[in-house]
Design a binder for this molecule. Sequence first.
Ligand SMILES: [Zn+2]
Length: 59
Amino acid sequence: MNNIECPECCAEMNDIPEDVMVGEILDCPDCGVEVEVREINGNGIEICMAEIEGEDWGE
Ligand SMILES: [Zn+2]
């Protein structure tokens, strides 16, 4: 069971597929923000805000 927290609204996102892959885009059921899976490890999933086309978030 994967559990991650939305970086935008801090809602728990429970709807993560068990076979989720790094680089996959998920969206928050609460606020609809798109997040990208950055890393999967034994403790859970690291995510970040997905890059939105047309906007440069920098590094
Ligand atoms: Zn959210």
